[in-house]
Design a protein. Structure first.
Length: 349
């Protein structure tokens, strides 16, 4: 396992982060404990969760993922061995069942959300606390363009300085060690950085955005910010909801897979994505690799990636994902990836 610095924090994180959003929905607590134990045994001590998890979000399960992780911490007593990240839900996407719909990034709601997350997680601090998505109309969650609807929106937007002041206050209190963004744009990331410098506030140290062979939009703008500002990517959906494992090739729908169970997950099933996935699968086969190995190794080799968030619903998947990070792609394979990308760039933003 290779480790990288989490920006300027002094925290070293493994190149793999364990995503947990299936805990409490597709995974029972017992199954989750198996994954957490296995991950820690193999050096994967960086875990990511959120107050809205598990996914898909429902009132009856909201918070279950954090509760399961908290029960693991209570049972194993290993809080000092793990780097724990969570996220506060933003407006509209989170649903009215989260904090009675008061999902704004203001001081009182940040304090309330953090109170509840810490209680569920049975800890008194988080290593990384992230804004799950922007509290403003913008192009995230699958939208490429910033258009008239966003520009002309009358939605009330929390002042970013107010949000950063509130987060910085929680850092001073010792309840969080560092702060990050998720589903954020280049403008939003730079604005937070500018405000931190101008007012002496806590600096954003990471952005958790989707990044995979089917969605490389992070490279447009945010990768340059990572280079110059040291704000690295925590890449989520690296296997595109399982499409980049090959298990959905030729229309297959295995039982108990997320895409099979939940019709809302259609982001990676368009014709362009299916064509690109098939090309990447054939490229992997030509070089004696699995599609999973190709997809994860590609992300690992990008300079702007701090850690890749992997999720699994069983131990076999988790083992395969971890083992894929032993692969290094040759220049010939990387050229093949770029050839496909040029023909069909970002089919699943």
């Amino acid at each position: 396992m290779q480790f990288k610095p989490l920006a300027h924090t002094g925290i070293l994180v493994p190149e793999i982060c364990l995503g947990t959003m299936t805990f409490g929905e597709q995974n029972t607590q017992a199954e989750a404990f198996e994954q957490l134990d296995y991950a820690l045994e193999h050096g994967l001590n960086f875990w990511d969760t959120a107050e809205m998890y598990p996914v898909p979000p429902k009132p009856e399960t909201q918070g279950s993922t954090e509760t399961i992780i908290g029960n693991w911490i209570a049972a194993r007593g290993g809080r000092d061995k793990i780097i724990l990240a969570s996220k506060i839900a933003g407006p509209s996407q989170g649903g009215s069942h989260i904090r009675d719909g008061q999902t704004k990034f203001i001081a009182s709601e940040i304090e309330s959300a953090l109170d509840h997350s810490l209680q569920r997680l049975q800890t008194d601090y988080l290593d990384l606390y992230q804004l799950h998505w922007p509290q403003r109309p913008t192009n995230f969650f699958g939208k490429l363009g910033y258009g008239n609807a966003e520009a002309n929106s009358t939605q009330t937007i929390t002042n970013l300085e107010e949000t950063l002041v509130a987060l910085s206050h929680e850092v001073k209190k010792g309840r969080i060690r560092s702060i990050g963004l998720s589903n954020e744009t280049p403008w939003g990331t730079l604005k937070f950085l500018q405000l931190a410098e101008k007012h002496g506030l806590e600096k954003i140290i990471s952005v958790q955005n989707p990044y995979s062979l089917l969605n490389r939009t992070y490279e447009i703008g945010l990768s340059e910010i990572a280079h110059y500002e040291g704000v690295g990517l925590l890449a989520y959906s690296p296997l595109a909801f399982g499409y980049l494992t090959g298990k959905f090739r030729h229309g297959a729908r295995p039982a108990n897979a997320r895409v099979t169970l939940f019709s809302r997950f259609s982001r990676y099933s368009n014709a362009e994505s299916e064509w690109a996935t098939e090309q990447y699968a054939q490229l992997a086969e030509q070089h004696g690799l699995t599609l999973t190995q190709l997809a994860l190794a590609f992300i690992k080799q990008q300079f702007f990636v701090t850690s890749t968030i992997i999720g699994a619903t069983n131990l076999d998947q988790l083992k395969e994902n971890i083992d894929a990070f032993d692969v290094n792609l040759s220049e010939d394979i990387l050229k093949g990836i770029e050839d496909i990308h040029r023909q069909q760039p970002n089919p699943a933003p």
